[in-house]
Design a protein. Structure first.
Length: 588
């Protein structure tokens, strides 16, 4: 169904649900330039508190623990500034619902600091996502946030707590809130500094704020100095990898792969060299020989930043040698040159081969060398691998073209995409670019095209890399790329003044009602913030859309988003009214 045709059918839907839109009071439809008088604000506060309490009671009736926890958390955010006691009660109840029973939790050894990471099950991941949402809402009150954070560490153990705080940091970085990110990363490092999640997020910070990242690296090293490491549980190799990806090879950091990150400050490099030499000095001969690569790679840093450590360095280098090794210390330029030459030789080898390696093709795609990637793909026999790699290169090149503002070329290439995962990544970028330029026709055309392709898209995920089980990608009950794509499209065009985002929202509701996502695991397929933002554009249509969700979790969460907008607006109106009262009092 096109967006234009959908508008005609939508009018009937709005009429059908208009009577149910009981959440909208008169003040929310008023112009933002006027402020209601005191009696209206008091009545609106009472009515809104009542609505939120009723929604909280509906949330408590949801049977599945994780779904109930998410619903209560979204209601808690709506209640925060109006009924904080209710909000805190809901959050405390919700955090308990996300913690597995002791019988379902990992063995005690896997919960200790330094324990090797393990792949989370789908249900564990779902619980972690909800816990992170709870902690984000709770951070408005530091005492409550500390209380809930301590509970997470105590009940789940250090490694899982580290992962939760690092994920919260990632969300804060995406929002540009580096102070919040630093707080979460500090909590992650305090929980277990031997896990690598925090180093990945520090890499993301480094791409945006070098000074903030450097402060975090120094804090990271400080915590590591008081943390015992071991080869047997993998904590020592993990720490070597994590620190090297931040200081020695920042372009290889998984948080910002290939990004041209500014060099670390000299003070950080000196601390890194000193700490790494301390670790190497504690190793057995076999361990030291296996770490010789790190040692040799550090020489340019020792030479430039810590000349006083040359002798300890040479002592370690001598001890690290295996039979036949000799002293051959590189420079920074020679190391970079050697890496580039080695990679180029690998590419040339693949270009001469009749059976090019798929991993090499993916590396070329990730580096933006689409021409060479296509040459290698052309050498492959027709089949699933060739089809999938062609989809990958088309997807990445379309994103690259859009980022270069070549929208027509990006749109043309995007039209060839057949996988929902590819459409999810490409079309929101294109639509967002069009919306940023206030090009309504471009945005509408790209959204319509995306919706058309999503209706016939292949929803299966890309084949995982070798060694990664197929189950890692999940099933239709774990993820729905069509639903995610529609949500991303709504976000991409929110800035436009017309109702395109609301038109896509109607498509999202239809897709959600057909989706096989397991909502008992708190998977709604959309962000609550969408309804909060859309309510500001058109409250009536947003409420009508929320009421069309058939699943109780989706409906409660969507309505909670609308209540969050109402709460924020009411609080803003009350503050403005208070300022006017103060101003009038001073005049009198």
């Amino acid at each position: 169904m096109s967006i234009t045709l959908m508008r005609m059918t939508r009018k009937r839907g709005v009429s059908a649900f208009a009577a149910m839109a009981i959440f909208a009071s008169s003040v929310f439809g008023q112009s933002t330039t006027s402020v209601p008088d005191d009696s209206v604000l008091i009545n609106d506060r009472l009515a809104l508190v009542s609505d939120i309490q009723s929604l909280g009671a509906r949330a408590k009736q949801i049977d599945a623990p994780l779904a109930r926890a998410l619903a209560q958390t979204e209601v808690a955010e709506a209640a925060w500034y109006l009924d904080q006691n209710l909000a805190k009660k809901l959050l405390r109840d919700s955090i308990g619902l996300t913690i597995p029973s002791e019988a379902d939790q990992s063995k005690p050894g896997s919960r200790a600091v330094g324990a090797p990471p393990k792949m989370s099950s789908a249900s564990e991941t779902a619980g972690m996502v909800v816990r992170e949402r709870i902690l984000r809402v709770a951070r408005r009150d530091q005492a409550l946030a500390n209380e809930l954070s301590s509970l997470v560490i105590d009940k789940l153990g250090a490694p899982q707590a580290h992962g939760s705080f690092a994920d919260l940091a990632q969300e804060s970085i995406a929002e540009g809130d580096y102070d919040a990110a630093a707080n979460y990363l500090t909590q992650a490092m305090d929980a277990d500094p031997t896990q690598i999640n925090a180093s990945i997020e520090i890499g993301r910070v480094a791409a945006k704020d070098r000074a903030a990242a450097d402060r975090l690296i120094l804090a990271y090293i400080e915590r590591l100095r008081s943390t015992p490491l071991s080869f047997s549980n993998g904590s020592e190799p993990r720490v070597f990898f994590a620190l090297a990806s931040l200081v020695m090879f920042p372009k290889s950091n998984l948080g910002a792969p290939g990004v041209d990150i500014r060099s670390t400050a000299p003070a950080v490099i000196r601390e890194y060299v000193a700490y790494t030499l301390e670790l190497l000095n504690q190793m057995t001969p076999d361990e030291l020989r296996s770490s010789r690569g790190y040692l040799i790679g550090m020489w340019p840093m020792v030479q430039q930043y810590t000349p006083e450590l040359r002798q300890p360095y040479f002592d370690l280098e001598l001890r690290s040698r295996a039979s036949g090794d000799s002293l051959s210390l590189p420079s920074s330029r020679s190391m970079e040159k050697e890496y580039k030459e080695k990679f180029e030789k690998q590419v040339d080898k693949e270009l001469d081969s009749d059976q090019p390696d798929g991993i090499m093709i993916q590396r070329l795609i990730s580096q933006g060398d689409f021409a060479k990637a296509r040459k290698l793909i052309d050498k492959l026999p027709d089949g699933p691998q060739k089809t999938e790699l062609t989809e990958m290169v088309n997807m990445q090149q379309a994103i690259s073209l859009a980022n270069k503002d070549d929208i027509p070329a990006a749109q043309k290439m995007a039209e060839s995409l057949t996988k929902a995962n590819s459409i999810l990544k490409v079309f929101p970028v294109i639509a967002g670019k069009c919306a940023a330029k206030k090009d309504d026709l471009c945005a509408r055309d790209s959204v319509n095209q995306a919706v058309r392709q999503l209706k016939k898209a292949d929803v299966t995920p890309f084949t995982p890399p070798p060694g990664v089980p197929a189950s890692f990608a999940g099933t239709k009950r774990d993820r729905d790329p069509v639903l995610s794509s529609l949500g991303s499209l709504v976000s991409a065009v929110l800035s436009m003044q017309d109702e395109l985002a609301l038109d896509v929202l109607d498509e999202l509701v239809v897709a959600a009602n057909r989706s096989e996502l397991d909502t008992t695991q708190a998977r709604t397929g959309f962000e609550t913030s969408l309804f909060k933002k859309l309510a500001a554009m058109n409250e009536e249509r947003t409420v009508a859309a929320a009421l069309q969700f058939q699943d109780p979790l989706r409906q409660v969460v969507a309505l909670a988003g609308i209540e969050q907008w109402k709460s924020d607006k009411l609080v803003a109106d009350e503050k403005l009214r208070s300022i006017k009262h103060e101003s009038a009092g001073k005049k009198n």
